[in-house]
Each structure stands twice: as structure tokens, then as C-alpha cells.
Design a protein around this ligand. Sequence first.
Ligand SMILES: [Zn+2]
Ligand SMILES: [Zn+2]
Length: 884
Amino acid sequence: MKEDMVPKDYNHEKETKWQAKWQQSEIYKFRAIENRPRYIIDTPPPYPTGSIHIGHVLNWLYMDMIARYKRMDGYEVLFPQGWDCHGLPTEVKVEEIHSIKKNDVPREIFRQLCIELTSENIQIMKKQMQRMGYSQDWSREYVTMTPKYQEKTQLSFLKMFKEGLIYRAVHPVNWCPRCETAIAFAEVDYQKNETYLNYLKFPASHDKGNVPIATTRPELLAACVAVVVHPEDERYRHLAGEKVTVPLFSREVEIKTDREVDPEFGTGAVMICTFGDKTDVTWVNRYQLDIIEAIDEQGMMKEFCGDYAGLSLTECKEKIVKDLEKEGFLIKKEQVEQNVGQCWRCKTPIEILVKKQWFVAVKELAGQVESAANLMEWMPEHMKTRLLNWTGSMDWDWCISRQRIFATPIPVWYCKECGEVKIPREEDLPLDPTHEQPKMECPCGCNDFIGEVDVLDTWMDSSITPLVIAGWPSSKFWDLYPSSIRQQGHDIIRTWAFYTILRSVALTGETPFQSVVINGMVFGEDGHKMSKSRGNVIIPEKVVEEYGADALRLWAANSVPGSDVPFDWKDVQHGYKFQRKFWNAFRFVNMHLIDYQEKNLSPDVLKPLDRWILSLLNRLVKEVTLALENYNFSKACNRIQAFIWHDFCDDYIEAVKYRLYSQEDAESKQAALYTLNTVLRTSLKLLAPFTPHFTEEIHHYLEGGKSIHLESWPGLDEELMDVKAEELGRIGVYIISELRRFKASKGMPLNTPLKSAAAHIDNPELFQHLEILKDDIIGTIRIGNLIVEAGKPEIREITVDVTPRMDKIGPEFKAQAPEIVSYLQSHDPQEIASSLENDGHLDIDGSRITEEHLNLRKELVGHGGEKVELILLEDLDLVVEMVI
Ligand SMILES: [Zn+2]
Ligand SMILES: [Zn+2]
């Protein structure tokens, strides 16, 4: 490209031009070309909130870098993008926007409003993703709320139902009173808080005294069904099998013994309520106790609670504690810390309610999940342990029914007559059982059915993504299944990773992906989680506007999977400067490459520094390739930047400029051009996955039409990797940089010619090296002549100027001063210095002049008698004697 067509400065605003071009020319489209290896990415479908955050930037960058690298490395890469649409936040947002409650309008209308909002949000986020330069194949986009996707979710439900892996049962479930829906264990977050442990008196029957019981949940007294103590607890041994009266409710319950009771906690006696927590559920099942439903779906006390009916849990707790105190049942209160389960979406404390719900038989599949997880490569490895621990802790099945609206309908009906579950035919999917009736009658003869109004957990949609992107249920899906890689955050290991493995093994019997790469979270610059109240939230669009997507990508690339990453403006700015530095180097190189014909060069004509940079370049190719294979993005990115910035721009280019301008040595110039061209093009390719826009822009000026992202990944030329050449080159660039530093310290422009220099060295090997490097040192530093000599330099110090100090001479010698000055000016400074040295003073017509009356300026001279400067290069034990 002609040099005047290359702009002086790099303009990151051109990034959008390339993004449009890439979309238009479909360069990221997956084409199932035979004989080409395939690489399939199971991309996370984000929740369409309407904006991508900085965590997304990091997460997607990893996938994008891998996708770009693999494409260049010869793979057909499938990098799809989906959207996980359903769920409560959208329902809440719709209620807010339209000032309605979900039950104010027909379900279908409410669902439609959710779809509209979600569609708008998807469009916004899609643009934001494209603005980051991510290379998804948008022709493979999937949206979980569409009939096409719902068909797959419903089909997966039916298949697992037929296998007996999905069932309906009455079982205690975690319930969010705010969201008014059942939730799965994976959606319960535990949070520490302070509460009171209330010590209550339960009067024992047959006048056997009182049993003290400590509880943090007195509001559940109405649902107390038994009291348990440890069988060997001396305090209560005599009470086993006896009864106690529940305070305020005057109901008797039995005292049971159980080895799981911790005699050390509270009073050693525990009340079982239906249900305070998971242990209650275990005991109720073990002893077949009655179930009292004290709380309703909104978290209000039910009829059964008598005086407390209609109160909220908090109100009930307050009133009940007051009443216990009044009636004399409260012994004492003490403050304790407790772990409370909360709904992960809205942070409301969850309750345990008994409900008829749909479940996935997790316990039955746990072993298969473990085996599948063990077959995968986990990055970092310890994330596998998190999944295995979670899998091992399963003691409840996965509750998949939700009492919401905006979700995939559960495709079942119940017979009005006999209550039998009726499922549709697979070919009739997708369907909404509240709108449609079964096509066949019930075996009991009844033709009347009630459609299931509950809907599916959102994870039921998103846990089949590796199947969906492969085209399931078409039998061809095996071509693209399993995925090569699953990448996701560590916060959703127990949900997305766990559920996907579970569902995939249930539906296919095979592992869903070969590798799992887990990315960390992004923190604010202050090291804290980003939050509006802290004011440390970084909005990706703002960064992109100011510095460009590539600079933001360089920040994110400076990290590794599994580790949390703080945002860092300095990294972004460094990335911004790096691009400008490289741009300037490119412009310079490009100017010289205009008439250059690319061709193979005999290695013999390469000069020492050419061999040095080419060896480093090949080492770089090797290291970066390995680092990318190991997902060590930080190492790959830092190595490339350091090489380009320092080795190439600062050292190599500076050291070969003289060869480019040389009229005499055409071969040396050709070797320099060959090397510049090779290093420039190869390092651009290595950098392409990191800064796709910047590299495309330069590639465009070099090559014209073809995108750099369709180029092949650089191969390794082992022959050019040469440790000796690297050592020699390192010495060369070190000497050159020290001599340049010397020039700068003298305030000389770097192109100032110097007369001559002598390098003194004792080490014979280094002596030889210097002989080889001589031309480059001379050419770059512009020294008239350079001699390399063994041994130390022969130099001496001479006095070149003697000036009288009038502040001393004036007052002391008064009228004689002019004569003294005249003497000093007319005599040789070196002679004066010798006399001073020999006699300690000068005698000028009887005036005794010593060194304190004079300023002497001394200089070093070499054996030729010329003034020299000494430069000491300590690393090499080398002294350079320089004649300016
Ligand atoms: Zn909730
Ligand atoms: Zn029936």
C-alpha cells in the first residue's frame, strides 16, 4: 500500500467499519466442510437484561479468542449465540413498565408483553456484543422463548418423563414467598445474619416438669409435630416416649429420640416443625409425622395458626414472642448468628412448603454426572471438585415446576375424572396445555382434561444447549455433539454446568462437552465487587468509546480462567498506547516495503540481528500457541506485546534503519526487508485473536482484500530457533541501547555522527561476538570507526583549561591580580597542572597560587591523544572508549 494512503494516526473509531464488513461477508459462518476438524463452542445464553456488563466482556472474550485462534489453526468453528429468555426478572420488569400485576391481564397477554421486552433487549445486547468484535455466527442464534426452542425443551421433558426420570410428587420444596414459586436447591443462596435463639418451656405430661427448647423460629410453633432428644442425653432420658404440650397452642406432641440430635446445641432438645429446615424434612419422613401447613404461598400464616392467621412471618414472630413472654413460656433470648437460605434472584428468605410438583430424578443420575465430569478436561482443574461436591451433596431431586407465567409450559394434562397424567404426542409439540386439549381420550373413557398451569424452571431450557446447537433431535446432531468446549462463570457451576451434564447424559448417554473452561468474576478497580453504591461500576460502552474495543479486549486478555480479575484503566490505556506504537512502526516498515517483492531468502544472507529477531519470533509462535492451547491468555497476550513493543519496535527496527538507507549493500538491505516483512506479518497474525480490528486494519493496508481472520495461524520454523543467535543478538541490542542512551545523555540527536570508538574486552568469546556485531553498532550509532581491542583502554587525564577564581585572587592579591590572570591565560593548562602537582603551588612573580585559586577542567584522552569518553557496560564487563 502506498505510504500516503496510510493515515498518520490509528483511529479506533474505524472498528465499527470492520464489524459491519465481517457481518456482511459472513466470515464467521460455520460451514460443515468435510475433512476439516470441527470446534464447537457451547456459548452461554445470557439473560436478556438489555445490557452487557464487564463480566460478559471477559467471559465472551475468552470464547472469542479461542474461536479466532482455532479458525486460523484450521478448524471449522461453530460459535453460536443464544438467549436464555424466561424468568422472573422480566416478569417483574413488565409489571413495572406497564404498571400492572401479572394477574391483571390474561396470561397470554402478559406473556406477549414479556416477549416484546425480551426481543428489544436482545437487539440491544446483540449490538453491544458486535461492538466488542466478538465473532459469533449469528445465523446460528437461538432464543429460548421461541416456539422452535420450546419444542425442544418440551420434547426433552417428554423423553425424560417416558424414561421415568421426570415425575410428579408431593414433596417439600424450597419456596420463595416473594416470587411465589418453588425453586431448586441450586437457586438457594446461604447468607449469614443475626437472630435470637429463644429458650422456651414445653410442659411435659404426667407432671414430669418442663422441657426447655431453644429455637430461632418460634413463629413455626403452630406446626410443631414432635420434639427430639439424643437417646443418651441424661437430662431427658426419662422422658422418651412421653409427651409435651406446645406452648400457646395447647397441643400435645411426642418426645422422640434420635442420634442426629446435637446435645451441645441449645438445650439438647429440638422441636420439629413442618418445615423449618431440611433436617425437619428428614425427621418427618423418618418418623412418618403429620404435616401441618402453617405458611401459605405468599409467606402468610394460614387458618390453622388461630390468632396468628393472616399475619406475615415477621409479624407472627414478633407477636408470638410477646405472647410467650406474657404467658411465662419464654425463659431467655440470646443473640446468635445463623445461615439463612435465600432466593438467589430476589434475596427473600426461602420457606419449605409441601407441594405437588414436578421433579427430575437427580439422585438416580448423580453417578452418571460424576462419570461424565471425570471424562472432561476442567480449566482450572479444581473447578471439577466444586461440581463433584455439589453432585455428592444431592439429597433432594430437582424441582422443575414453577408457578410463573413467562416460561416454557409443562406439556401435560390431568384427566378430570381419574386424575391420570396425559402427555401429548411428540409431533404435537410445542403446545400450551392451558390452550389445547389432548387429541385422545383418557383410558378411563373421560374426554375432559385440565391443562397444567405450572411452567418449567428456566434451567430446563438452558440445560440442553449443547444438544440444541448441534441440531437435536435430528439424528445428524451426532456430527456436532459433544461440544468441544463449554465456557462459563464459576457462579453457575451448580446450576448451568450441573444441569447440562445431567440432562445431556439422560438424553444421549454421552458427555456434553470435552473441556470446561471456567472464568472468574470482574471486580472494580478498588478490588470490590462492582456496585452502584460503591460507584465502581465500569460500563463497557464508555471504555470502548474512549479507547476502542481492542484496548478493552487487551485488558480482559491479561487474565487466566478461574481467577477473578480487577478492572484496570492502566491496562486499557497500555493497550491503547501499544496499538499506536505498533501503528507507527508499521507505517515506517510499510514505507520501506512499498517496492519489496516477497520471496524466499537464503538464510546465509541474514545478518546477526535478523537471525536474532527471527529466532525470537519463532520462539514467540511456539509459546503463544502453547499458551492458547492451555487457555493461558495472559501469558500469550503479554508475550506478544512485549515482543512487538520492545524487541521489534524499540530494538530491531532501530538497529536496521541504517541498512534500509544504505545504497551500498543491497543484500543486507534485502535481508532487513525480508525480516521486517516476516516479523510484521507473523506478529499481526499472532495478535489477531486479541485485537481483531487493529490487526485487520493493518492487514488491509498490506494485503488489500482478504481478511486477516481467514489467514492461517503461523507455523513454526524450528531451524530459525537458534539459542546462539539469540545470545549474540541480545548482546548487540544491549550495546546499541547503551550507546544510544549515552548519546541521549549528551543531548545529542540519535543520528549525530561520532568520530570513532574502541571497545575493550577481556573475554575472548565476547571479543568475537563484537567483531560480528561491529557493522550493526557502527551503522546504528553512526560511528566513523570502531576498533575492538583486548585488554583495558590506555587513557590518561589531562587538564585542558585553567580559569582563575577571581573571588579568591582579587581580595588576596589586589593590584597583582591582572598579572596573575595574564600569566594563567598565556601558559599551557597542562603545564600549569604539572607544576601544581609537582610543587604544590605556582610562583607568579612572588605570588603563591595554589589549586584553591583555580578551576581546573580535566579531560580523558586516549593513546592517540584525542579526547575520549568512557562508557562502562557492566553486564558485559566491557569498556567503550568513544571519540565524539
Ligand atoms: Zn424470589
Ligand atoms: Zn381418566
